[in-house]
Write a protein that binds this ligand. Structure first.
Ligand code: GCU
Length: 347
């Protein structure tokens, strides 16, 4: 008899546990037995096209987060600037209206001016040098600088080097820039850089550049190979001058407001997925840069490579920009330059 009671009890507990598990699954899977119902749906703003490396990085990030939170957190990616231009979405990030943004440091430095240090003209020798800095102590220090700005830095994304391009004639020498109207990002440092080269800086959001080039409102602009190709600026500004005046890193950011609402475990997952998505983006970046170069060259664009001598003249013209934007950070600049010396010989 006692044995039978024990068996009933064990069976009873078994049924009870099964019930709890089924109820939990029912809740998690919305009762449909298929897609889990997320507990938290977050938004992600990206201003590039769907097939662009940073957008693909965003989708990878969303996929990883969904997988590792077992569907509890879902991230909806809005590409092509659907949620607004870069500065507008960063403002919304500060108030928690948007949860994630991938943005260029040029836009971000208007909110956190110290970030200008990492996008100074001719600062990095090459891509390896930049990654050594971003992935090292200095990169971490600058991520922390964001604390208190309403923004939480998650990871660094690649955006290559930026070059100038022109609607009507190529630039081969510094003097050729004189008096040309050049679109810049809404960044004081970028405007100062163009002025230091003798041009007239016209700040403008990314989405307005194509028509400004087409109508002649501006004579040129500057961007990396994938952007030049992706938003088809090469169609209306076919002269590309490879001067690599600056490497502007990009960041994946989260609203500090949303970040603080997450448990430490979920914060850990978000960080880990952001870093993994960044590695993925970097791989895509290299492939797309090459493909974009091929595409624009075969479309007939005229590509002018600056001689080393001429590049050195561009570089020398940047001194006032360093004095104006980095006077308080010369120690960091020196650390960056020194790290580049150790990199000598790398591509
Ligand atoms: C790059 C960058 C964008 C930025 C754009 C610009 O394409 O990835 O985030 O908006 O430059 O020049 O405005």
């Amino acid at each position: 008899m006692i044995r039978r009671i024990a068996v009933w009890m064990v069976q009873g507990i078994g049924f009870l546990m099964m019930g709890v598990i089924l109820a939990a699954c029912g809740e998690l899977y919305g009762g449909k037995g298929q897609e889990p119902v997320p507990e938290l749906v977050l938004t992600y703003a990206e201003n590039q096209a769907e097939d662009y490396p940073t957008t693909k990085g965003a989708y990878k990030f969303a996929e990883l987060v969904k997988e590792r939170t077992k569907g509890r957190i879902e991230i909806l990616v809005y590409a092509e600037g659907e949620l607004g231009d870069e500065q507008a979405v960063v403002k919304q990030l500060q108030y928690g209206g948007i949860d994630f943004v991938r943005a260029s440091l040029s836009s971000l430095s208007e909110f956190v001016p110290e970030l200008n240090v990492l996008q100074m003209p001719y600062l990095y020798k090459n891509s390896e040098h930049m990654w050594k800095i971003l992935e090292g102590e200095i990169g971490d220090e600058f991520m922390e600088i964001l604390d208190g700005s309403g923004l939480t830095g998650l990871s660094w994304y690649d955006a290559g080097a930026r070059n100038f391009y022109w609607t009507n004639k190529p630039v081969q020498r510094l003097e050729d820039i004189k008096g040309r109207k050049i679109r810049v990002q809404e960044s004081e440092m970028m405007a100062a850089m163009v002025e230091a080269l003798g041009g007239t800086a016209i700040p403008m959001t990314y989405d307005k550049v194509y028509s400004a080039l087409e109508t002649g409102e501006i004579d040129g602009a500057e961007n990396n190979w994938p952007s030049y190709e992706s938003v088809r600026h090469y169609e209306v500004a076919p002269y590309y001058t490879v001067d690599e005046h600056t490497r502007v890193p990009e960041m994946q950011l989260m609203s500090q407001y949303t970040w603080e609402k997450l448990s430490p475990e979920d914060q850990e997952i978000i960080l880990e997925c952001a870093k993994e998505s960044a590695l993925y983006e970097r791989k895509l970046w290299t492939q797309r840069s090459e493909a974009s170069q091929r595409r624009v060259r075969s479309a007939g664009c005229v590509v002018v490579e600056l001689s080393d001598e001429e590049k050195a003249r561009f570089q020398a013209a940047m001194m006032p920009v360093y004095q104006r934007f980095c006077a308080d950070y010369m120690d960091v600049i020196e650390r960056i330059v020194e790290a580049g010396e150790e990199n000598r010989g790398l591509r």
